[in-house]
Structure formats: C-alpha cells, structure tokens
Ligand binder design. Structure first.
Ligand SMILES: [Zn+2]
Length: 215
C-alpha cells in the first residue's frame, strides 16, 4: 500500500504542494523566457529575410532546447517519477559534491556530503534516494532499518524500533540515548528531541513514526 502523509501533518502536505507548484511555475517561466527571447529577436530584426528569423522549425528547435534544459534544471522528471513507498535500507553510500557558497562575498564553494540510499520495498522493487547528509544520519539511516519515503518530502522517516546496531555496539538494540526517540524533520532533515512544537529549525510539524507503523 502506498503511504500517505499522516493527517496531523497537514503543513507537510502543503509543503509538498507548494514546492511542486514552485518547480512547475519556474519551468513555465523558463519556457516563457525562451519564447520571449525568440520573439524579441524577430522584432529586433524585422528587415531580415524569413530564413534568418526564429520561425518555423528554428523556433521549434529553440523551444525544444528550452523545454529539455528546463526539464533537467527544474528536475521535472524526478518530480513526476517520485513515489511514496515504504521499505528496508539495503545499502547506504556517501558521495560528495560542491555548490557555490551562499556567502555572496566569497568566491568559494561549499562542500556537501550526499547520502545515497538503496531501498527494497515490500513488493521487492528497488528504489534509490539521494539526500543531503546531516549530523546524526550515520545512525538514523542504517542498513537494515525500515524507512518510509513520502513523495515530495526530501527526508524519509525511519522506524526507531527497527534500528539494528553496528556489530561494535553489541548488546544494544536501539539508538543510543541521545538519538533514541529522536524525530526527524522530513522537510529539512534536522533531528529533534520531541514531537511537540515541531521542528526547531524550520517549524514544520514532525511525523510520528507511530502514525506510520503503529505502536
Ligand atoms: Zn525542519
């Protein structure tokens, strides 16, 4: 069965709708800029013969370039294929990446770690999730732990009852005290000590694993 965001996390449903809308709106704006560019080119070169204007197949090709690049840029394909699912983490992997620094004064780059999860769902399918690595994830997303991913929410929820410990932590069956009962924010990936009051970072409500897996 496809999981849906719990009833009490309505703000997260809004979050998903809003981000889908933004991406779609951004994509349409991108296409509009391409069309406007072609039209203003034609307008500025009215004396040109028709074969040098942006009409017919040239306009079509130009718009196709815009559609393809925007599709990639706004990750429309990812948005269309993103599905909610529940499954077990089969493999975790770290990869690194660089993004330009948010600090406008510096010309440097931010170093980022990305976590790649390979998940096997109940019906045997394999799914891949890529998310930005945050503190505590090394123990939150663990090979063998069950997770629930909601389409449009970057960070899947992990079932705390199913956290097996690494072999070096023998005797332990749950998360260490500082993280057990920790609630992950599905929107920003922060770990919070309690459900009440929502995420201390972004104020979104936190999903209670009990709403997914029961008591
Ligand atoms: Zn948050």
């Amino acid at each position: 069965m496809k999981p849906t965001i719990p009833e009490r996390n309505r703000d997260l449903r809004r979050y998903v709708r809003w981000h889908r809308f933004l991406r779609l709106a951004g994509y349409l704006l991108w296409l509009g800029i391409f069309l406007l560019g072609a039209l203003s080119y034609n307008n500025a070169h009215q004396t040109y013969p028709p074969e040098r204007l942006m009409i017919g197949w040239r306009l079509l090709l130009w718009m196709l370039i815009g559609a393809a690049s925007g599709f990639f840029l706004f990750r429309i394909g990812q948005m269309l294929t993103d599905r909610s699912f529940e499954g077990t983490i089969v493999r975790t992997r770290l990869s690194r990446g660089y993004t330009s620094s948010k600090d406008p004064g510096s010309m440097s780059y931010d170093f980022r770690l990305h976590l790649r999860l390979l998940v096997r769902t109940a019906d045997g399918k394999k799914r891949r999730i890529r998310l930005e690595q945050k503190p505590g994830f090394y123990i939150y997303y663990y090979e063998g732990s069950r997770i629930c991913h909601y389409a449009g929410l970057p960070y899947p929820i992990s079932n705390p009852e199913n956290h097996p410990m690494p072999p070096s932590r023998e005797g332990q069956t749950k998360l260490p005290d500082d993280l057990s009962g920790g609630y992950l924010c599905a929107a920003c990936g922060s770990l919070n000590g309690s459900l009440a009051g929502g995420c201390s970072d972004c104020r979104h409500s936190l999903i209670d694993p009990k709403d997914i897996w029961g008591e």
